[in-house]
Design a protein around this ligand. Structure first.
Ligand code: GLC
Length: 414
């Protein structure tokens, strides 16, 4: 057997820094800015070609109620989330934080307060980790597009961006995550991303940085889809609850609580995190459907959260009735479509020693041969109205081999 390659000091450091994040599994994304006043998606400025001179007047109308973030943090906690990531500046260029670089920021406009400071306080009060989303792309700054073709503009713009990132990393105490977004129109060299991230790490030694400054850094960010990264690289799927990140007055395409829970299970089973978005209204209140969905998810998490948070990547994936997570040798079977009698799991490669309805439910009878595990006394009706969970204690870390089922069938053994 080939010896495992030794970890570099940097890799060891990363494993230590990211432990809490891997255990957290579930976070709240918050998109909030001037676009919330328009209420037609956070890309309205570009999609509707609104000139900056008109758009920036929104800063006179954006006057959220004080400490709206407290309700977000309470709701996040109730939903079983462990961290939050808020837009400190989205593509529109309006900063929710106090900055010396521009007057186009909440404290110097009608709002008159540092909304990032309120957010950080609110998250900490609920014991949640704090993440800052920060858009590199900037539709407001005069050099934001010019920087591609004009070196002087690039230098000015990069100085502006680096200064803001420095302010964010300096003025709010410990920051747990830096979540860059859209790096158009520059390359990593153009943004001087490596230098910027070195500065970030000097100021925030334990911070976790995403991959959107065009440098891989700590984790990948599949968007609106769940795709596991290969090679053990960390990943976090970010997703909306309807079809808009920013508040959208008339988007009613809400996912159901079951869909959200199933997405969370898929992420946890695949070794990833799930960052689920809310788009607060301009006053900071959370749209009622988002509150209802997250309350329902929270009820489920109260019962079953441990099957998510303790989960390691799970090599059992195939069933039409259930999804899987794993903790050590325990396989958690999340039954989204309750099958009742006769149901089983194919291709399990470990011996099941005991099965029960999670967490304190009755133990289940089953029979198992090389190819098939079959439950003998599953109740006819689901023991919980929303995705109940079974726990199987296995002789080894559970895995599944569907190819084996095929081969045995070809040989007439099934
Ligand atoms: C994007 C979008 C954006 C959203 C984000 C979240 O790239 O431009 O509006 O903030 O992804 O992942």
């Amino acid at each position: 057997m080939a010896a495992k390659p030794k970890l570099t000091a940097e890799e060891k450091d990363r494993i230590g820094r990211m432990k809490w994040w891997h255990e957290a599994k579930f976070g709240m994304f918050i998109h909030w800015g001037l676009y919330s006043v328009i209420g037609r998606h956070e890309w309205a400025m570009e999609i509707e070609a609104i000139p900056d001179a008109e758009y920036r007047l929104l800063a006179q109308r954006f006057k959220p109620k004080p400490n709206a973030a407290r309700d977000w943090a309470k709701l996040a906690k109730r939903a079983g989330m462990k961290y939050m990531v808020m837009t400190t500046k989205h593509h529109e260029g309006f900063c929710l934080f106090h900055t010396k670089t521009t007057d186009y920021c909440a404290p110097k406009q009608a709002c008159g307060r540092d909304l990032v400071a309120e957010y950080v306080q609110a998250a900490r009060a609920e014991g949640l980790r704090v993440g800052f989303y920060y858009s590199l792309m900037d539709w407001h700054h005069p050099d934001g597009a010019k920087c591609l073709t004009d070196e002087e503009a690039r230098k000015r713009f990069v100085q502006y961006i680096h200064t803001q990132v420095r302010e964010l990393m300096t003025n709010y105490g410990k920051v747990d995550i830096l979540w860059y977004d859209v790096s158009w129109p520059l390359s990593a060299e153009g943004w001087e991303s490596r230098r910027m991230n070195r500065m970030v790490r000097r100021l925030q030694p334990d911070i976790i940085i995403n991959n959107r400054s065009k440098v891989p850094e700590d984790f990948s960010t599949p968007e609106q889809r769940i795709v596991a990264e290969s090679g053990g690289r960390a990943w976090e799927a970010c997703m909306t609850m309807n079809d808009s990140w920013g508040y959208h007055k008339s988007d009613r395409n809400w996912k159901t609580p079951d869909q959200i829970i199933r997405n969370l299970i898929t992420c946890a089973g695949g070794g990833g995190n799930y960052l689920l978005n809310i788009g607060p209204k301009p006053d900071g209140s959370i749209p009622a459907p988002s509150v209802a969905i997250l309350n329902a998810v929270g009820e489920w998490m109260d019962r079953y959260g441990a099957t998510i948070c303790t989960s390691e990547p799970c090599a059992v994936t195939r069933s039409r009735c259930a999804q899987f997570t794993r903790a050590g040798k325990t396989l958690y079977v999340h039954v989204h479509s309750w099958p009742g009698e006769g149901w089983g799991i194919g291709g399990l490669k470990c011996k099941v020693k005991a099965a029960r309805i999670y967490s304190k439910g009755p133990s289940l009878k089953f029979e198992q041969d090389r190819l098939r595990l079959r439950f003998l006394n599953l109740p006819a009706n689901a023991p919980y109205r929303r995705i109940p969970v079974l726990a199987l204690e296995c002789s080894a870390a559970p895995a599944q081999d569907m190819a084996m089922v095929r081969t045995q069938r070809k040989r007439g053994k099934v």
